[in-house]
Write a protein that binds this ligand. Sequence first.
Ligand code: ASP
Length: 317
Amino acid sequence: MQHLLGIEDLDREQIERILARAEGLAEVGRRDIKKVPTLRGRTVVNLFLEPSTRTLSSFELAAKRLSADVVSIKAQGSSVEKGESLKDTVATLTAYDPAAIVIRSAQAGASRLVAQWTDASVINAGDGKHEHPSQALLDVYTLRRHFDSLDGRKIWIVGDVAHSRVARSCALAFGKVGAEVTLCGPPTLLPREIDRALGCETADSLEGIEQADVIYALRMQKERMSQSLIPSLREYAAEYQIDSRRLLPRQLLMHPGPVNRGVELSSEVIDSPQSLITEQVESGLFVRMAILYELLAGKGSDDSEPVSEPPRIGQPA
Ligand code: ASP
């Protein structure tokens, strides 16, 4: 695998390989010294042109735990703010000969473009409302810690489906590992034909959600809405909020973060024992280490070359 641009490009075998690798790397996380030398001497660039807490911190830490050199650039404070184009920014960063560029952008398809402009492996850390593959992989990994298999498990993804890259990547990933996915939300936030495109069911009310093994709530993506698609957040919450009345004791609860408390989830379910939200963050580190490992380990490293002595001062180089 050269890049990770979307779950749409992966088959079940590739997903399983990354998850198995993540399990091995989770063991490293339990050691006193949580570092392995796999990517020593390689550079990972994080280019985050949209806000992020979890994804950026875990890609940074993942690369450091694999001993890579890490550079993280955010839109704010960088030359992107001065109007530099994505192509020029990538050309600048490519001058450091990075092994990987992890990119987050508001533009769907940005990571695929970047992959055409650089020899580095490109990882899509979220491109507009298109995909967020590392999120979906960490979510499958998290669920595997609770269910032996996801085959036949019922997962409801609830909320702003239309603007959510997480909904797209998770629906594809959960489906590829055998789960039955239902996408649920107000009709204005549920694109037509999405069931056919992603191979899942759709529902415009919570009726039937009691059958779900897992409820996966989405954040309202206000930054991607050009018009008002719901009457108000209060009315949305009345119809679609997952609260302690709607979450059954046998059901697991997930959310990619950041959560709008009191909108898509009530405070008591966020803090309930069924909530996997913190576990998702923990899994993110191991799964992102596994992604970097899968794309970079063994490729393009100079480990096989003998390390030459640096020339001494006064001697010809
Ligand atoms: N953090 C996730 C994303 O970047 C989910 C969200 O922002 O709602 O897509």
